[in-house]
Design a binder for this molecule. Structure first.
Ligand code: PLP
Length: 425
């Protein structure tokens, strides 16, 4: 309770981003970063990412927990390398993500492959690399994987991703564990598929898993899913189908301006390990957002101010192509002008330059600003750069990683020539 009150006495947007009252992250001034690397700019706090990773492992139980970072949240090689050094494996959803893990020097044996429609080429690449587990999402995929592995003379390690029919109570676009979603195998179909898989020479059953959605704020849906999956695991073991691990996915939410997160990574891992109990099953989790989300900020600069029909607009040089979640999921970030204290009265619509009305970061938001001011969009370390595009022929931003008080460029800003580098006249 005390901790909560102490944290709440600061403006919410400051503690969300790890930014102090001087506009610094890890001792580095954000205004200086814009002067050095330009705007818009993604900035990540490496120490904060490490801290979140270690928080999952601080469950206080004498049990092992293996984390596979869901790298679609942020796939920059420097971030992958940082997490691999901490002991993370990776949850991948494409051949491109596998290639990134290998390029970053990650261990293929610590890779799990999720996704509803893996291509033959992706299966072949993952088998050749020797990944740790295919999370199979349908009967057709199981059959196809058995054939592809057999043709290569390999044995594919498999787990079924089951759909536990749990409502994660999150945005419909990021809810994945309900019966009507495209993800996973229905619980009641799983035993027959396991019986089939167990006798295929080119398949080796290693586990069972699920992933019910993203930005989940309470323990209940996780426990409900865990109970369903563990009940299935017990039934399989009783039939003589041995499993090595149970994978309960990712999905833990992050604190936002509107949402205090009472559930911490350690609370979640402890509760799930307790649910697994004395079963001889290793617990795997696949966190994405909760490892990197609040460790990242998008910096931008005010281009113009404009008043029209009774509304005041603050126009940034960052746009929906750089950070699409406000347009796609109606996320409302808590913005901060680090160049200027709030005047206490202004309310503005904060927008980007892209030719779409959905290119809006916040409406009627308590902020003031003038041309050139640096505006921070906190909580953008997950599904920020990884979802960025070149829409409106806008080069994507540079990325900077802060570690030990030092800022290092980890991806250069795209140039105009990068925009058409793949095109053929
Ligand atoms: C996206 C995804 C995750 C990570 O979800 P977060 O909400 O970012 O933690 C984990 N597992 C699978 C299969 C996913 O698709």
């Amino acid at each position: 309770m005390m901790a909560r009150q102490r944290r709440r006495s600061r403006p919410v947007s400051e503690f969300l981003s790890g930014m102090d009252a001087q506009g610094c992250v890890g001792g580095v001034s954000l205004v200086d970063l814009v002067a050095e690397f330009g705007s818009p700019l993604y900035v990540y706090d490496g120490d904060a990412i490490r801290g979140q990773f270690r928080a999952y492992l601080a469950h206080g139980l004498p049990r092992e927990l293996q984390l596979h970072f869901a790298m679609k949240a942020n796939s920059n090689l420097a971030i992958l390398r940082l997490l691999a050094a901490e002991g993370a494996g990776f949850d991948i959803v494409s051949g491109g993500e596998l290639a990134r893990v290998l390029q970053a020097g990650g261990d293929a044996a610590q890779v799990v492959f999720s996704g509803v429609a893996k291509s033959d080429a992706e299966m072949q690449a993952a088998l050749a690399a020797g990944i740790g587990c295919f999370n199979v999402e349908s009967a057709a995929e199981l059959q196809c994987l058995a054939e592809v592995a057999s043709a290569m003379g390999k044995v594919a390690p498999v787990a079924l991703r089951v759909n536990p029919d749990v409502d994660a109570k999150t945005h419909p676009y990021i809810s994945t564990g309900m019966r009507e979603n495209k993800f996973g195998v229905a619980l009641e179909d799983a035993p027959a598929l396991y019986r089939w898989a167990a006798v295929q020479p080119s398949l080796r059953v290693v586990g069972v898993g699920c992933h019910i959605g993203s930005q989940i704020r309470s323990l209940a849906p996780f426990l409900q899913a865990a109970d369903s999956v563990l009940t299935l695991a017990d039934a399989l073991v009783a039939e003589g189908i041995a499993l090595g691990h149970v994978d309960l996915g990712g999905g833990l939410g992050i604190e936002t301006a509107d949402d205090f997160m009472a559930l911490t990574p350690a609370d979640l891992s402890r509760a799930l390990l307790e649910r697994v109990g004395e079963r001889p099953l290793r617990l795997h989790l696949q966190p994405g957002r909760s490892l990197v989300g609040n460790a990242g900020l998008l910096l931008s600069q005010v281009v113009f101010r404009k008043s029209q029909s009774g509304r005041d607009f603050l126009m940034l040089d960052a746009a929906m192509n750089d950070y699409v979640r406000p347009a796609l999921y109606q996320v409302r970030p808590s913005l901060v002008n680090v160049s200027r204290p709030y005047d206490g009265v202004s309310r503005m619509d904060v927008v980007g330059p892209v030719c779409e009305s959905s290119d809006t970061f916040a409406r009627d938001f308590p902020i003031c600003g003038e041309r050139g001011d640096v505006v921070v969009i906190p909580g953008t370390g997950a599904y920020g750069f990884s979802m960025a595009s070149n829409y409106n022929s806008r080069p994507r931003p540079a990325e900077v990683l802060i570690e030990g008080g030092q800022a290092r460029l980890i991806r250069r800003r795209e140039t105009f020539a990068d925009l058409w580098a793949q095109e053929v006249l």
